[in-house]
Design a protein around this ligand. Structure first.
Ligand code: F6P
Length: 327
């Protein structure tokens, strides 16, 4: 029988994502509801090593759901990768009287949690990243907001490329995955969408769709490129200019996609996931990642979750290929 959880530490780690604050709020308020104390660890694993924490009560998370970023700050800690850093972090947890940790982030965050579980802590991960690249979960906190932010920018770009009859090549985030590019590409009605999951055939995937679109009377073109595609947006733009002589402009959307007010979808997913994480701990569970599968919230063993792989949604991919006219 595992010992009851009395004090939880919650932290965010890796790249921030809109909705992380809503998850923190849910963890704190669910803990209070279950009679568990909750403290916030600031700056991810870096803060755990240095004992950087703040007490969190009902009021301190009031109005947090609508705020972008993370009130607990975040970091990518190099020190925690070493055994010494992990031992220091475990010592901090002991000093702070923590029985459990809830880490909000990506795969790196979950791997870190496993190191601390080895030191006797109960740990739960919550998938928070705009990349939507956590294999065990169909959804990660921040994805919808990031896609909407990218779309808003792309709609604005379309006005100007339409006026100038240009080709716009827009690079979106996603690290090694193309989920953001694919969704944004379908939603904005792109001429072509390039993702790292699929080897790029320039003639077939970019030049032909542009030519076909041109022949149909279109005078401006929108090409969406995931940042993980070899050569990136500049490489793609050069190929387009060389092959079609179109007046082409590159826009790298970058970190703007990580900011802003979280959408309703992100606030709700984050709230459910935070709620679920604390319930798992109160039931005596540990080493699990909260996940969304369709409309259901569930959880996976962290080892199992880290071993899983995730491809692009096949239906969305087929729709994109059909609508861009790629054979
Ligand atoms: O994982 C989220 C993400 O925004 C990726 O899409 C991107 O590749 C990376 O983080 C950027 O990281 P940083 O904030 O360290 O520049």
């Amino acid at each position: 029988m595992s010992k009851p959880v009395r004090r939880i530490g919650v932290f965010t780690s890796g790249g921030d994502a809109p909705g992380m604050n809503a998850a923190i709020r849910a963890v704190v308020r669910t803990s209070i509801h279950l009679g568990i104390e909750c403290i916030g660890i600031r700056r991810g694993y870096h803060g755990l090593i240095n004992g950087d924490f703040i007490p969190l009560d009902f009021k301190s998370v009031s109005g947090l759901s609508r705020r972008g970023g993370t009130m607990l700050y975040t970091a990518r800690s190099e020190d925690f990768k070493a055994k010494e850093g992990q031992a220091k972090a475990a010592a901090t947890c002991k000093l702070l009287g923590l029985d459990a940790l809830v880490g909000i982030g990506g795969d790196g965050t979950f791997r870190g949690l496993l190191c601390l579980a080895e030191q006797g802590l109960s740990v739960i991960g919550i998938p928070g990243t705009i990349d939507n690249d956590i294999a065990c979960s169909t959804y990660t906190i921040g994805f919808d907001s990031a896609c909407n932010t990218a779309l808003e920018c792309i709609d604005k770009l379309r006005d100007t490329i339409q006026s100038h009859e240009r080709c716009s090549v827009v690079e979106v985030m996603g690290r090694h995955a193309g989920h953001v590019a694919l969704n944004v590409g379908v939603a904005c009605g792109a001429t072509a969408v390039l993702v790292p999951e699929q080897e790029v055939d320039y003639e077939k995937d970019v030049v032909e769709p542009i030519r076909r679109s041109r022949l149909s009377g279109q005078t401006h073109f929108m090409v969406i490129v995931a940042e993980g595609v070899e050569g990136g947006a500049y490489g793609v733009a050069k190929r387009i200019t060389d092959e079609t002589a179109l007046d082409t402009r590159v826009t790298i959307l970058g970190h703007v996609q990580r900011g802003g007010t979280p959408t309703s979808r992100d606030r709700i997913a984050a709230t459910y996931m935070g709620y679920e994480a604390v319930h798992l701990l109160s039931e005596g569970q540990s080493c699990r990642v909260v996940a969304k599968q369709g409309n259901e919230y569930t959880s996976f063993d962290i080892h199992e979750a880290l071993a899983m792989t995730k491809g692009l949604d096949p239906q969305t991919y087929t729709v994109m290929r059909t609508l861009t006219g790629v054979q």
